[in-house]
Design a protein around this ligand. Sequence first.
Ligand SMILES: NC(=O)c1ccc[n+]([C@@H]2O[C@H](COP(=O)([O-])OP(=O)(O)OC[C@H]3O[C@@H](n4cnc5c(N)ncnc54)[C@H](O)[C@@H]3O)[C@@H](O)[C@H]2O)c1
Length: 466
Amino acid sequence: MKITRKAFLGATAPFLAGGCRSLFNIGYAAPHRPPASERINLAILGCGTQAYDNVTQFLQDPRVQITVTCDPVLEAPGYSYRAHMPGGRQVFKRKVDEKYGNTSCRMTADWREVIDDPTIDAVAVITPDHWHAILSIEAMKRGKHVYCQKPMSLGIAEGQAMVRAAKRSGVTFQVGNQGRSYSSQRVAAELALNGYLGKVKRVEVELPNGSGGKWGHGVDTTRRSIPSYFTPETWSIWQGPAQHWENDVFIPGIHEPMCWRWNSRYGGGMITDFGAHMFDLVHRGLGMDRSGPLAIENFTAGRWQQDRGIFTWAGEFSFDLIYPGDVCVHVFNHDDKSSNKSGKGTSFIGEKGTVTVLGNTLVRPDYLKKWNEKRDLKDSEIHLYKPKDGHSHEMDFIDGIYENRETCSPCEVGHRTISAAHIANICERLGAKSLKWDPKAERFIDNDAANALVDVPYFNGFSLDA
Ligand SMILES: NC(=O)c1ccc[n+]([C@@H]2O[C@H](COP(=O)([O-])OP(=O)(O)OC[C@H]3O[C@@H](n4cnc5c(N)ncnc54)[C@H](O)[C@@H]3O)[C@@H](O)[C@H]2O)c1
């Protein structure tokens, strides 16, 4: 069913109070692929902390025209956004207009206006995680290309639906795991994959401490009235498919910008937040991009914030993901304030040597210090995606749209990456020590309770429809 503008607007009022099922029960449109002579019209969905990075990159690309900024918030103070900068659709419209020297960028509080706008070719989904699947799928159905921030999904079934939608729609999809565009990660993965470390039997991933209070944000659990930068309607948009709190209160520790990560209604805690980056590198270096672990073992978790009903994820955890060939990926954090805020990175430990990646820094063993990819990597060996000079992760997305090709971080790869994190979170929720996973069927083996948790519960009339 094609939604006419009139029908769409008519359907808006009841939707704001609740569901989207009937409104979005439509088929798939052909992907928008403008010719190279035309710019790609891009809409920004979510104008908060991370949008500062993504929008800055997109604005530097002359092939992109940001035509709409969308956020239920018009303009909110910056106390909790990164570096105390304000967030909201108006803040980003100003940024866009300033760059283009005009005032033509539109704004809306309502993502459905973006999704249904036939002039928009692509969307950047930079919202809290509970919105990623719905916004991406609805955009894909309408032939819009999607740059979706990591962690790609809030649950495994969401990721599976996104993969189905990406395949069916044929759009270009880029997950915001920008490490795929970093040379440090590429070289580490190439060294591991091509045997320069000897057989890799162990990988260690140290994540930062993982609960409320991280990044200097509050752990304030007081129940307050909704701040004035929301109306009841826009607050309802922010909640989307998530269960509203009793009396619809605002709890700063999980409702202020960035803070939502620590509650399972909106995010998966540190294991999905930073795990998204690090497990992505692990999968790349182990050649597991489209597969996954066979089991999770030795799971332990501890130190919750004072109110576990609000901060649902553990601050400390340790577990092993077991991959084919008996490769053990040991994941841990120890809440050591002296350690780097990003943890100590990811180490591929081979029989001959170890490489460690921390952000864009690569630490390699002495015997590989002089190894030079350009000179030493043979044609017959595995070469991973290498951005053209100066090309950002966002630019690879734009290339992919014009060239009708997969990006360096496509939907299925992002889904498999974050599934590993979701498996760990499901272990935590069940209080289990270990679980077995079938990466082909994407199901837990002989465990109904675990399989029941691959679905994220949706409220307010939303459903996954891909
Ligand atoms: N790749 C990276 O390194 C990186 C770094 C930080 C954050 N992120 C990811 O970016 C996403 C956003 O995180 P953040 O820290 O910017 O959060 P944030 O809370 O600072 O900003 C999110 C914004 O989305 C808006 N929003 C909520 N629902 C919306 C909807 N339906 N339509 C449009 N806007 C909506 C909020 O009002 C808010 O302004 C998350 O998925 C996060 O994991 C990625």
